[in-house]
Design a protein around this ligand. Structure first.
Ligand code: UDP
Ligand code: MG
Length: 314
């Protein structure tokens, strides 16, 4: 049996040597305990540091290291797609290069899949120690909103870190969409998933590639890509406004007829107009997000462009 370990890397030269050392131990354990041969598939996502050179050197000395390198930075989701495309073992696994996903768990995860207890063994963080408060809060809200959508359900703190069987890999590759959000795609394709928790840890070296704004964009992508609840929010807003204005109109009419009040004041009118147009713009914005995504899908561009990769040795 063979397991392909997919490692998306974007400017990870500082952490790669340590990552590789830790994974080599896991590779030995997998061989010993489960008779699984592990191979690496590094996906260089257009790094501008020494990442590609490091990977290239490794692939020359180790026959079990393969790599794909992109022509520019296409994002982690594209890197995952390229890795899956390249993987042809009985099992494949996804892992971050920064050692935030403990490679030691791979043994336990691979065991679960091999024994047939599940098709996907996935990891989640039991806590968010060492992470900023704002980021934690926003992440929690994000998962709560996603879970609202009944097709997508996952524990909070779910990672992309997982081991999967060949058929899950094939199913994932059959989803040809441009806007990808792996965690939701995993849920969408189905299959039995076993969740394994671990304690959060901070990056071993290097910096995170996600700024708060990049994460926000990712969240908007995921929400609009895998749930239509934002569109529903817009409709509810509209209905709410309709009933509010109905009450307002009744109030004004009754006041005029019963008390003979002159209907006074343009300031209130201005407020109402501003309020309504604000909500309208907001809703048009939501529709725009979906339209933009539809446009990207319709263009049907490739997810990534490969600049170079090494040939398979056997
Ligand atoms: N990554 C990537 N392309 C990107 C951003 C990140 O391939 O555009 C990789 C990165 O090298 C790492 C993994 O995705 O292996 C997770 O990134 P990071 O640790 O920066 O994210 P965080 O853990 O902070 O969410
Ligand atoms: Mg990380």
């Amino acid at each position: 049996m063979r397991l392909d370990l997919i490692v998306p890397c974007f400017n990870e030269q500082e952490v790669l040597p340590e990552f590789f050392a830790v994974c080599e131990e896991v590779r030995a354990q997998l061989q010993q305990r489960l008779s699984v041969a592990m191979e690496y598939i590094f996906v260089d996502d257009g790094s501008h540091d020494g990442t590609l050179e490091w990977i290239r050197r490794k692939s020359e000395t180790c026959s079990y290291v393969r790599y794909v390198s992109f022509s520019r930075n296409f994002g982690k989701e594209a890197a995952i797609a390229a890795g899956l495309q390249e993987a042809d073992g009985d099992l494949c696994a996804l892992i971050d290069a920064d050692l935030q996903d403990p490679p030691a768990l791979l043994v336990q995860m691979a065991e679960a899949v091999i024994e047939g207890r599940c098709d996907i063994a996935a990891a989640y963080r039991k806590d968010r120690n060492g992470e900023g408060k704002v980021r934690s809060f926003l992440s929690r809200r994000f998962y709560a909103m996603l879970n609202h959508n009944d097709k997508v359900e996952m524990p909070e703190g779910a990672r992309d870190f997982r081991v999967m069987s060949r058929r899950v890999r094939d199913a994932l590759l059959s989803l040809g969409e441009y806007n990808r959000f792996s965690k939701a795609m995993f849920q969408w394709v189905g299959f039995k998933t076993e969740w394994i928790g671990f304690e959060n840890r901070t990056r071993a070296a290097g910096k995170t590639k996600w700024s708060l704004s990049a994460l926000m964009r990712y969240a908007v992508d995921a929400l609009t890509g895998y749930s239509s609840s934002p569109l529903r929010i817009a409709s509810w807003f509209g209905i709410g406004m309709f009933f509010l204005s109905l009450i307002g109109i009744l109030f004004v009419i009754v006041r005029k007829l019963v008390y003979g009040d002159p209907t006074s004041g343009w300031p209130s009118l201005v407020c109402i107009i501003l309020f309504c147009s604000g909500i309208q713009l907001f809703c048009i914005g939501i529709i725009g997000e979906y339209l933009a995504r539809t446009y990207m899908e319709v263009k049907n561009r490739p997810l990534y462009i490969v600049k170079e990769k090494n040939q398979k040795k056997n």
